[in-house]
Design a protein around this ligand. Structure first.
Ligand SMILES: [Zn+2]
Length: 94
């Protein structure tokens, strides 16, 4: 378990277990660490709970945005974008 955690820490989170994700309070070896989503450390249950609530609020907003009005808006933006790109390419190759 320990070696697995070590190699994991080196690969994507340099600050793994060093400080609370929410309030940046340093996490000592003797202090309690509250984990969330496997690799996100917090100094207290309160900090972790706040992060969870933030995430949930954000996810709710994303779901709302992506499920309802944005699908038509997105496709409009996409076609606009590709039209711009095509024009730019034509001008450049002339
Ligand atoms: Zn904290």
């Amino acid at each position: 378990m320990k070696s697995a955690a070590l190699s994991y820490a080196g690969y994507e989170e340099p600050h793994f277990l060093e400080a609370c994700t929410l309030c940046s309070k340093p996490l000592g070896h003797n202090s309690d660490i509250f984990m969330y989503r496997g690799n996100t450390p917090f100094c207290s249950q309160e900090c972790r709970q706040e992060q969870i609530e933030n995430d949930e609020a954000r996810e709710r907003r994303w779901k709302k945005v992506s499920s309802s009005s944005s699908s038509s808006k997105k496709s409009t933006e996409n076609s606009k974008k590709s039209a711009t790109v095509q024009t730019g390419t034509l001008v450049a190759s002339n």
